[in-house]
Design a protein around this ligand. Sequence first.
Ligand code: BMP
Length: 217
Amino acid sequence: MEKNTRLILALDVLDSDEAIRISEAVTGHVDAIKVGYPLVLASGLQIIGKLAEYASIIADFKVADIPNTNRLICEQVFDAGADAVIVQGFTGHDSLEICVDLARERNKDIFVVTEMSHPGALDLMQDAGEKIARMAADQKASGVVAPATRPERVKEIRKIIGNELAIISPGVGAQGGSAADTIMAGTDWVIVGRKIYQSDDPAKAAKDIVSEIKDVL
Ligand code: BMP
């Protein structure tokens, strides 16, 4: 994934025509499009290949199973045309390792969820987040997912993983996080969904976020 705009669109719409229309509109303003369960369950796995014409595709399936099942899932998703898969880290080193090995074989990326961006992540996940970040670094994953709603946690996670791994951060806009603050805290890409795809002018919404990012670089 090329680091140009430092913006990833989270495309959680349900209709494939709408997904294609928005993807076309934001081409050049985003470095990747994150596609997850809402769109894939509503419109089929083949949507990944269609959207890959517009940007790199990060498949957000938060894969969280035993190693063999994780491998089967990642194979399907890479075969469908995704450039990267998001996996959970809390399942442990072996479940992660099999995904990272497969991605390496295929020249693809794995991003590992550390601590999530919603308030409930503080109940259980935050305690494990730093350990998961360390594990992702040990296993040489491509990067981690860390919350834009808590830039101070992005800073902590950056200290743990160093500069070899990327950080991608959801939680900007609808969840209250700021793109500029998250970039300044050390994230590589911010992930933005509703603020872009619910806008009357998704291209302008994306452009505005990119200029906010450029202002602090
Ligand atoms: P929005 O900007 O509309 O809040 O979308 C954020 C996107 O990032 C959603 O697809 C959500 O599932 C995802 N996400 C998140 O919000 N927080 C996390 O910790 C991890 C995520 O993948």
